[in-house]
Design a protein around this ligand. Structure first.
Ligand code: 5GP
Ligand code: MN
Length: 334
């Protein structure tokens, strides 16, 4: 398999297909895999979704999301599904490392063809035989619609398929704030015509914080925020103790980093957290400032120009020092 045309003919017979989304799956990872599954199921394919770790609670309103297989909790089941598959589609990530142990297992199944559909910069060489990598796309969800359209099948996109795609577009663009372009709005225009309930989705996504999350946000802003004004930067850190005290679970910290960019004069934001085995960073920036370069150079990470992440094996304090060093060295642009 070498092209989208090959993929199209491959899909003319019923296939067993596994769709993969990245660790800590977000609205785009879940939206794109679920949207593509909803498109492929009625064509007679047998489709499973595998992600390394749990998806955030706010996505549970999407029906069928409860059938997503989580590798961390069901490795054996995931492995047998993977062994039986005719095709792997890797979605919303650019390196098998982003799906951890599932990626190691994918790499051993060399006879199974792989397709990549993703919008992150610089996909790994040999990640897939068919590579649809378009960093200009707002989201993988936008790209799923574009690919279906390019395969000449836009008329089979139902409201049921459009809904999860709209979810990933809304979450990855922060409600049409980042990574927008004319093509995105044309796709969204199509999705509106097909029939998505924008107001319902906006509410499910952006107005669904728990009391705990709201109080944690208050704690971060009041007690854990530091501004480095000479570099137009800000950071928020959370310690293991904070995790215990606030009973922080996966997803509870989603979006906190963005609040730093609401401060006048702050163009670069870091959210740095002490995890059981690593220190994790979420980086955000405005305009030409590339946190992607910073993440790649200093924190073994990557992502997009204005939204990236990475990690360090050093402790919280050393990682904060390293972040300061990165700022001193000069904020990368590009
Ligand atoms: P977040 O800060 O929301 O976790 O991630 C922001 C962006 O950076 C996402 O597009 C995500 O894919 C990417 N990203 C987050 N963590 C990592 C990481 O450890 N490695 C790489 N390569 N990308 C990451
Ligand atoms: Mn994405």
């Amino acid at each position: 398999m070498q092209s989208l045309a090959d993929l199209r003919s491959f899909l003319e017979s019923p296939r067993k297909i596994v769709l993969f989304g990245h660790r800590n799956p977000d609205g785009d990872a879940i939206g794109s895999t679920l949207g593509l599954k909803r498109y492929l199921d009625p064509l007679g394919h047998d489709v499973e979704i595998i992600v390394p770790s749990e998806y955030p609670r706010f996505l549970s309103f999407l029906d069928g999301v409860e059938d997503v297989l989580v590798f961390d909790t069901h490795p054996d089941n995931c492995k047998s599904v993977m062994k039986a598959a005719d095709l792997f589609i890797l979605m919303d990530f650019n390196s098998l490392e982003r799906i951890d142990k599932a990626g190691e297992f994918v790499a051993t199944l060399t006879d199974t063809p792989r397709v990549l559909i993703d919008h992150h910069l610089d996909p790994d060489d040999d990640i897939a035989q068919v590579v649809v990598s378009r960093p200009s796309a707002s989201s993988t969800c936008e790209l799923v619609y574009t690919v279906i359209k390019e395969m000449g099948d836009a008329e089979n996109v139902t409201p049921h398929i459009a809904e999860p795609l709209m979810v990933g577009i809304l979450t990855d663009t922060g409600g049409f704030t980042y990574a927008t372009n004319a093509e995105l709005f044309r796709v969204v225009g199509d999705l509106f015509e097909i029939g998505v309930d924008n107001e319902k989705l906006q509410t499910e996504i952006f107005n669904s914080m728990t009391e705990k999350q709201m109080r944690l946000l208050g704690h971060c802003l009041a007690n854990r925020m530091e501004l480095i004004k000479e570099h137009n930067a800000g950071l928020i850190t959370l310690t293991k103790r904070d995790y215990e005290q606030f009973d922080i679970r996966r997803g509870d910290t989603e979006g906190i980093v963005n609040y730093l960019l609401r401060i006048e004069g702050i163009d670069l934001a870091a959210f740095i957290t002490e995890q059981p085995n690593i220190t994790k960073l979420s980086l955000r920036s405005r305009g030409d400032i590339s946190v992607q370069k910073m993440a790649a150079e200093y924190f073994k990470g990557g992502g997009h120009k204005n939204a990236s992440g990475g990690y360090s094996h050093a402790g919280l304090r050393s990682t904060v020092s390293r972040f300061r060093e990165a700022l001193e060295a000069g904020v990368p642009v590009g």
